[in-house]
Ligand binder design. Structure first.
Ligand code: CP
Length: 319
């Protein structure tokens, strides 16, 4: 496939998608271009192509998920793959089986690809070392969520035509977010300026070492921004109280129409979900004219089809 910016042929050569940190800009561009070619499948009367017929994809979700899990399942169905769904609760893990033993037993069923979400960082990398199937990271602890960053980039590119030269403000619980880490890697590789903002207790000190501007006021973060991405406050990961109250958080960091008016006139508002209305975002903004939050969800299917397709093609499984 040709990269339009360099006219060089770009080939996908990875067996796994473990994170964005290792990807080259040309690989990201290839993934986004491939997703574009799958987008029209959703507009067909019969939303299915035979690309992965006879291939098996195992969806291993050890943490709750609505969007990522259903998006992968739909992407697999649209590519005609056979899906096997497995969640941590209700499995033999709750009877003391180790993760590796569980994975080996599931591998005995010969899946071609494994999609994994786990509360501990590095689990997808461990599986990639131990089993033969291609591994896709669907979120590992607070480390990375590469498919979310790719669908975010796809959504931004579809509105702004390019990622280069944009200012993207990411506001919220930076400390506990895997989405922000994958987005920082991706957006800065592709030439965007990234601002992160949140209370000091929710922005890790090591953020200074990343190629981002750190803000502690939402107003300065969104000033003239092209994109405002709001993040959920992940109360379930907080080991102690990190701000006085939800009401106080919304007062200081919640995205309201008034705050959003500081951004560019053609700003888009994003959120990876799940969204807490009245905590990090006002309903008037979430449902307002600048919101592309549901587009993100729709785009996730085409992006995940592209990932499944490229990984399987690399494994010699292209239909
Ligand atoms: N964006 C995201 O990962 O949502 P889910 O937790 O519902 O998968």
């Amino acid at each position: 496939m040709a990269n339009p910016e360099t006219s060089e042929t770009v080939a996908w050569s990875r067996s796994h998608l473990l994170g964005i940190a290792d990807l080259e800009p040309a690989e990201i561009e290839l993934l986004l271009d491939t997703a574009e070619s799958f987008e029209e499948v959703a507009r067909r009367p019969i939303k299915k192509v035979p690309t992965l017929r006879g291939r098996t994809v195992l969806n291993l979700f050890f943490e709750a998920s609505t969007r990522t899990r259903s998006s992968f399942e739909l992407a697999e169905k649209r590519l005609s793959a056979d899906s096997l769904n497995f969640s941590g609760s209700g499995s033999a893990l709750s009877k003391g089986e180790t993760l590796i033993d569980t994975a080996r037993n599931l591998e005995a069923m010969s899946p071609d690809l494994v999609v994994v979400r786990h509360q501990h960082p590095g689990v997808p990398h461990l599986l990639a070392e131990r089993i033969d199937a291609g591994i896709i990271n669907a979120g590992d602890g607070a480390h990375e969520h590469p498919t979310q960053a790719l669908l975010d980039a796809y959504t931004i590119r579809s509105h702004k035509k390019t990622l280069k030269g944009l200012t993207v403000a990411i506001v919220g619980d930076i400390e506990h977010s895997r989405v922000v880490r994958s987005n920082i890697h991706l957006l800065t590789k592709m030439g965007s300026t990234v601002r992160v903002a949140g209370p000091r207790t929710l922005v890790p000190v090591h953020m200074d070492a990343m190629p981002v501007e750190v803000h502690h006021e939402v107003e300065s973060a969104v000033e003239d921004a092209d994109v405002v991405m709001m993040l959920r406050v992940q109360l379930e990961r907080h080991k102690r109280a990190l701000f006085p109250s939800v009401r106080e958080y919304f007062r200081l960091f919640g995205l309201t129409e008034e705050r959003l008016s500081r951004a560019k006139d053609d700003v888009i508002v994003m959120h990876p979900g799940p969204m807490n209305r009245g905590v990090e975002i006002d309903s008037a903004v979430a449902d307002g004219p600048y919101s592309v939050i549901l587009e993100q969800v729709a785009n996730g299917v085409a992006v995940r089809m592209a990932i499944l397709y490229l990984l399987m093609a690399m494994r010699g499984g292209e239909a």
